[in-house]
Design a protein around this ligand. Structure first.
Ligand code: TXA
Ligand code: MG
Length: 318
């Protein structure tokens, strides 16, 4: 049985024995282990069934720990860190030789972030090592935004889930690296492209696997429910074309309340993008349990967090 608890000291004790603990963050739950323990890190890859070419993000509690992990902290990275840490930003920096290759999948860079969740920050302060933590879902499945989601994936296979309640932002961190000193966004996420640009100036967007083979969060199929999923602009047309199907709708506002389908979930009744992001994975988990023929999501406006949410929905349809 997996322990679900808020006991930070217990979590610290388990992690110190090279075991894993699922940890809450403001984005999604992570599956955490000691970055310096090959045993722990191998358990992360094993449990997630994640291929070894996909590097892990290192979680720290203070910007003072950066130079333990990275050789350089470029000026624009510092500006972004100042603006968004603790928070949903992952910075890709040149790694120190002491950062294990298993973490970085052999790359010469390391992904780093300070999460904004008091329980996890307190846990990190209680540990003499940083935590590697990918999202706590099996490879390609929907990321978990509640302790219950994690339990549904890994019950009995994981010693403990540190229960920090529902994740406030609900989609993963935005990943920013640097090429020739210029910022490059490798994954759209909880911090909008517009917010990154406001701090760092123009950025290059390389969020697909052709452009960024080393950021495999950009794998085409990802965040996917078991139920076949579609992302469409015209819901009425889809329904008309599939009269016999049991359809679950994922809508981002109440504008389309009149549809006759098996189930409708509103990501936000008032079309608020932040609320929609925070509800996205929970809604996908819920619809996936209803034995529907298809899940049909309505494409969001292509701006701010709408862009990040569309990116996740796009990958869920593959
Ligand atoms: O919000 C988040 O970032 C969550 C929470 C738990 O912090 N973590 C998360 O981890 O989403 P994961 O492993 O599911 O996704 C991490 C992404 C992967 O796409 C990986 O390829 C990329 O980060 N990544 C990690 N290190 C990298 C590196 N050195 N260079 C390029 N991409 C990297
Ligand atoms: Mg993930």
């Amino acid at each position: 049985m997996t322990l679900v608890s808020k006991d930070i000291l217990k979590a610290a004790e388990i992690l110190s024995r090279e075991e894993l603990v699922a940890i809450p963050t403001e984005t999604v739950y992570g599956l955490a282990g000691n970055i310096y323990s090959d045993t722990a890190i191998k358990k992360i890859f094993d449990l997630k069934k994640r291929p070894f070419f996909n590097p892990l993000i290192v979680h720290i509690h203070s910007v003072d720990q950066i130079m333990e992990l990275a050789t350089h902290f470029p000026e624009k990275a510092q500006l972004l860190a100042k603006a968004f840490w603790p928070g949903s930003l992952t910075l890709i920096l040149k790694k120190q030789p002491t950062v294990p290759e298993l973490i970085t999948a052999g790359n010469d860079t390391v992904g780093i972030r300070i999460p904004q969740h008091e329980l996890t920050l307190e846990l990190l302060r209680n540990l003499p090592f940083p935590l590697a933590a990918p999202s706590a879902n099996p490879f390609t499945y929907i990321s978990p935004t509640t302790a219950q989601h994690v339990k549904s994936y890994f019950d009995g296979e994981l010693e403990m889930i540190l229960d920090g309640g529902d994740c406030e932002n609900g989609i993963e961190s935005t990943i920013v690296g640097f090429e020739n000193g210029e910022p490059v966004v490798y994954r759209l996420g909880s911090i909008s492209l517009e917010d990154i640009t406001a701090v760092a100036g123009p950025v290059i967007l390389k969020n697909n696997k052709e452009q960024a083979p080393n950021a495999p969060g950009m794998l085409e199929k990802h965040y996917a429910p078991r139920t076949k999923t579609f992302l469409v602009e015209n819901i009425a047309a889809f329904i008309a074309l599939h009269p016999d199907k049991k359809i679950g709708l994922l809508l981002h506002s109440m504008d389309h309340a009149h549809f006759k389908v098996s189930e409708i979930i509103y990501l936000s009744k008032i079309g608020d993008l932040k609320e929609a992001a925070s509800e996205l994975y929970n809604a996908m988990h819920q619809l996936d349990q209803l034995d529907l023929d298809v899940i049909v999501a309505h494409r969001l406006p292509d701006k701010g967090l709408g862009k990040s949410i569309n990116d996740r929905l796009e990958r869920a349809t593959k």
